[in-house]
Design a protein around this ligand. Structure first.
Ligand SMILES: [Zn+2]
Length: 143
């Protein structure tokens, strides 16, 4: 059995049967940020706390990535196995917009305003055989 390890610490609750995206919220003005920030972008306060941003959001905008990203992007994909994928901004319930990979890879599968759900998916396998996990969004039906 390989372990499933978060690709980056602190982006989502992991391991979890119901993962939540993690961000920060300013305790002074309530501005939320993703990824979590030690300083508030809105009021400059250093008084922020880590909060769960939820596991659903609304698709704010999107595009289709049709070519392999440059390094240091590093997955198990090769130019031969690469398949186009969606990239979008998903607006979470607190209002914060999160840039994320989307499971959909065709324009007819994506529509601004649609409800999206958080998925934790394998990104690549490391030298120990562990799966590095990252977050992504897929359609959850009409909002
Ligand atoms: Zn603030």
């Amino acid at each position: 059995m390989s372990n499933q390890i978060a690709l980056h610490e602190g982006l989502f609750t992991w391991p979890s049967s119901k993962p939540q995206l993690l961000g920060s919220r300013c305790t002074q003005c309530a501005e939320a940020a993703f990824p979590a920030q030690p300083d508030c972008r809105s009021c400059g306060s250093r008084d922020t706390t880590i909060v769960e941003l939820g596991d659903h959001g609304i698709l704010w905008t999107w595009t289709i990535q049709t070519f392999m990203p440059k390094q240091p992007y590093h997955s198990d994909e090769t130019p031969e196995t690469f398949r186009p994928y969606g990239v979008g901004y998903v607006e979470m319930p607190g209002g914060v917009r999160v840039e994320a990979r989307l499971q959909a890879n065709s324009p007819d599968q994506l529509e601004i305003g649609m409800l999206m759900k958080l998925d934790i998916i394998p990104f690549r396998t490391d030298e120990n055989g562990d799966q590095k996990m990252t977050f992504s969004f897929s359609s959850a039906g009409k909002a």
